[in-house]
Design a protein around this ligand. Structure first.
Ligand code: AMP
Length: 401
């Protein structure tokens, strides 16, 4: 496939486009489906068998993706044309080595490494690009954390450098809580104990994900997505988030500058806080974002389809938006290998309402298992629809068999 003449083969014929997924969750499952629609051959890897994307891929593999030897062996065996890291806990040195051997890493090995490291990302966003962020300091010890918190002020938020989705994150309200924040971060980091970032706590009016797609024809922005988080995990998202033209312009400007600086092709989830008429950069994911699941009902091409268009080098001439929409995560708690979603005839009884069941077969604690989607005349109506659908949803969790 060259820049001038883009062609795609067939998955089981000679010379298909071979795509290797690293991480096979619900977002990867949707990307896999979109890749298959364009005739790619897909292998989905994860640390366990039966993960959502593995259920729809041509083949799957099980390995520890943070283990460099195992990852190298997988690359040697699969010989992928394209490697799509879907999770952050990956031996990034091996990604770089695969890229040097000619594989296309999405969006690139370097970008994956920067975005998983809160320190590198902050230095790029604030110190190099001058984007507005919360005040922050990095700390490698309890003592440094205490000093950093003094500088950024209380309340503040402590997060492991290597973490995502609220893992190991705590809000520290006063000096007495510092020890607790440190311990939490040491337990919750992806790479085990290590450095932390301490940031000023922002009393934002709302937070958004501005999905930004870098494709062969330039950069396109999706309608901004508002969302509500609980325990660092998204529970509800809606699109478009109402905002003034001036705030939207600032948000797009920040998204353009950070994604231009990162480079590569693909969809990025730029996370921003909005306080009055001020937009503050928080972080960016170099892949579809969970809050963006709303685009499965709000747009002609979902965030997953757009990601695939971009990474295959295909153009995105327009993004057709169908109107105000909402998503609601279905999070189930328990210890079980047998679950059932019931009363669906009522859950899905309203027009323009959909559901996706991810197909995870076990829960041990709390796990996102499905998502409810709805469209309405307004964002409020769409949110009310998903709330009604959620209230009607019966989740039966049976004892382990
Ligand atoms: P993160 O893993 O950094 O995306 O954080 C998860 C969620 O925690 C965000 O979506 C916010 O809702 C909240 N959060 C993170 N950092 C801050 C902050 N500095 N001030 C206020 N809330 C925050």
């Amino acid at each position: 496939m060259t820049e001038e003449n883009r062609a795609l083969g067939t998955p089981l014929g000679k010379h298909p486009t071979r795509v290797l997924f690293l991480g096979s969750g619900e977002l990867g499952k949707e990307v896999t489906i979109e890749l298959m629609r364009l005739g790619a051959w897909v292998c989905a890897a994860d640390s366990y068998a039966g993960a959502p994307a593995q259920q729809v891929a041509h083949e799957y593999r099980v390995l520890d993706m943070a283990n460099a030897d195992q990852l190298r062996a997988l690359f040697d065996e699969i010989q992928p044309d394209i490697i799509v890291p879907e999770v952050e806990a990956i031996a990034t040195s091996e990604l770089a080595a695969a890229a040097a051997r000619g594989a296309q890493v999405v969006p690139s090995a370097e970008i994956a490494a920067i975005c998983m490291d809160r320190e590198r990302l902050r230095v790029l966003a604030h110190e190099e690009l001058g984007l507005p962020t919360t005040p922050y300091r990095f700390a490698g010890s309890l003592e440094e954390l205490r000093e950093g918190a003094q500088i950024v002020g209380y309340p503040c938020v402590v997060k492991p450098i290597m973490s995502s989705s609220g893992h190991g994150q705590s809000v520290v309200r006063s000096e007495e809580d510092i020890d607790c924040g440190w311990r939490n971060a040491q337990r919750g980091g992806r790479a085990g104990a290590g450095k932390v970032i301490v940031e000023g706590f922002v009393k934002f009016d709302y937070e958004i994900t501005l999905l930004t797609v870098r494709h062969c024809g330039g950069t396109s922005f999706l309608e901004p997505i508002g969302h509500y988080q609980q325990d660092g995990d998204y529970r509800e998202s809606w699109q478009p988030q109402p905002m003034t033209a001036a705030v939207r312009k600032q948000a797009e400007e920040i998204a353009r500058r950070i994604t231009d600086a990162l480079g590569g092709r693909g969809l990025f989830g730029v996370e921003l806080f909005v306080q009055g008429d001020r937009v503050i950069f928080s972080e960016v994911s170099p892949r579809p974002h969970d809050t963006g699941m709303v685009t499965m009902i709000s747009q002609d091409l979902s965030e997953f389809a757009l990601h695939v268009r971009a990474i295959l080098g295909l153009p995105v001439p327009n993004i057709a938006f169908h109107g105000p929409s909402a998503s609601r995560a279905v999070v189930v708690e328990g210890d079980s290998n047998r679950m059932e979603f019931a009363n669906l005839e009522n859950v899905l009884s309203e027009p323009d309402t959909q559901m996706r069941i991810f197909g995870k077969s076990e829960i041990d604690g709390r796990r996102r298992m499905a998502v409810l989607l709805a469209r309405g005349k307004t964002v409020e109506e769409a949110r009310e629809k998903t709330a009604r659908a959620y209230a009607k949803l019966q989740i039966n969790v049976f004892d382990r068999e």
